[in-house]
Design a protein around this ligand. Structure first.
Ligand code: NDP
Length: 256
C-alpha cells in the first residue's frame, strides 16, 4: 500500500552519478519519487540521466559543486522551480575523504574536506528548509560514516565532519519536527564505490577491514540505499534524530 511507496513525492540527492548516491537515486525513483540530482562532471551526469530515462525513472539534474556557495544557491533555485517550491526528500550524500596521519594534512586539505562534507550538508539543509516545509512532509537523510563514532585508523578531519553532520542531524530533527520535517543519518562502513576502489589494491588493509567486520565483507551500495529509502517512506513517520549504521556489525565488535 501507500505506506511503502514514494509515489507523488519529490527528492534531491546530491552526488548521484556514482556510488551510494547513484544507488539512492535509483531506489527512490523505483519507489515512485521524482528525483533531482547533481554532480561536478557534466558528461557523466548526462550519461546517467540518459540511462535513467531509458529505465523509465523520472530523474533530472544539474552540474553543481556542492562545496560552492553560489552553486548551492543555484541548485536549490532550480529544484524549487522544477518542483513548484516543494521538496519532500533531501539526501545529503556528497562527501570525500583524504586518508593520512593528522600531522601531514595541509590547510587546503582541511578546508576542502570541511567545505565538501560539512558546509554542503549544513547550507543545503538551510537553503532547502522552506521547500521541505512547504511540502508538508519532509525528510532529510545525511550520509554519515561509522568514522563519526569511532576511530577507524586514519582520516581525523573526515571523521570530524561526519560527527558534526550527526549533531546537525539531531538539531534539525528537534527544531523542524514542528514543520513535519524529519532528519536522520545513515552511517556506512566500507562500501564498494569509486571512493574506496583505490584502497582495494591494498590487500593488507582489506584483510584488516574484513577481519574486524562480523559479516566478512564490505557493503554494496544497494545495501546502504535501502536504508536511506526506508527512512523516507511514509512507513517511518516516527523515526527522527537517529544515526543508523550499515556496517556489517563493525561498531558492535569489540573483540577479534
Ligand atoms: P563516490 O566518490 O563514489 O561518489 C561521490 C558522488 O558525489 C559522485 O557522483 C561525485 O561526482 C559526486 N560528488 C563528489 N563531490 C562533489 C561535489 N563537491 N559536488 C557535487 N557532487 C560531488 O563516493 P561514495 O558513494 O563512496 O560516498 C558517498 C557518501 O558516502 C559520502 O558522503 C561518503 O563520505 C559516504 N561514505 C562512504 C563510504 C564508503 O565506504 N564508500 C563509507 C562511509 C561513508 P563528481 O565527482 O563528478 O562530482
Amino acid at each position: 500500500g501507500s505506506r511503502w511507496s514514494l509515489k507523488g513525492t519529490t527528492a534531491l540527492v546530491t552526488g548521484g552519478t556514482r556510488g551510494i548516491g547513484h544507488a539512492v537515486v535509483e531506489e527512490l525513483a523505483e519507489f515512485g519519487a521524482t528525483v533531482y540530482t547533481c554532480s561536478r562532471n557534466e558528461e557523466e551526469l548526462n550519461a546517467c540521466l540518459k540511462e535513467w530515462k531509458e529505465k523509465g525513472f523520472s530523474v533530472s539534474g544539474l552540474v553543481c559543486d556542492a562545496s560552492s556557495p553560489p552553486h548551492r544557491e543555484n541548485l536549490i533555485q532550480q529544484v524549487a522551480s522544477a518542483f513548484n517550491g516543494k521538496l519532500n526528500i533531501l539526501v545529503n550524500n556528497v562527501g570525500t575523504n583524504v586518508r593520512k596521519p593528522t600531522i601531514e594534512y595541509t590547510a587546503e586539505e582541511y578546508s576542502k574536506l570541511m567545505a565538501t562534507n560539512l558546509d554542503s550538508t549544513y547550507h543545503l539543509c538551510q537553503l532547502a528548509y522552506p521547500l521541505l516545509k512547504a511540502s508538508g512532509n519532509g525528510s532529510i537523510v545525511s550520509i554519515s560514516s561509522v568514522a563519526s563514532q569511532t576511530s577507524v585508523g586514519s582520516g581525523a578531519i573526515y571523521a570530524a565532519t561526519k560527527a558534526a553532520i550527526d549533531q546537525l542531524t539531531k538539531y534539525f530533527a528537534c527544531e523542524w519536527a514542528k514543520d513535519n520535517i524529519r532528519s536522520n543519518g545513515v552511517a556506512p562502513w566500507y562500501t564498494i564505490t569509486s571512493l574506496v576502489e583505490p584502497l582495494l589494491a591494498n590487500k593488507q588493509l582489506v584483510s584488516e577491514i574484513i577481519s574486524r567486520t562480523p559479516i566478512k565483507r564490505m557493503a554494496e551500495t544497494h545495501e546502504v540505499s535501502s536504508l536511506v529509502t526506508f527512512l523516507c517512506l511514509p512507513a517511518a513517520p516516527y523515526i527522527t534524530g537517529q544515526i543508523v549504521s550499515v556496517d556489517g556489525g563493525f561498531t558492535a565488535n569489540g573483540f577479534q
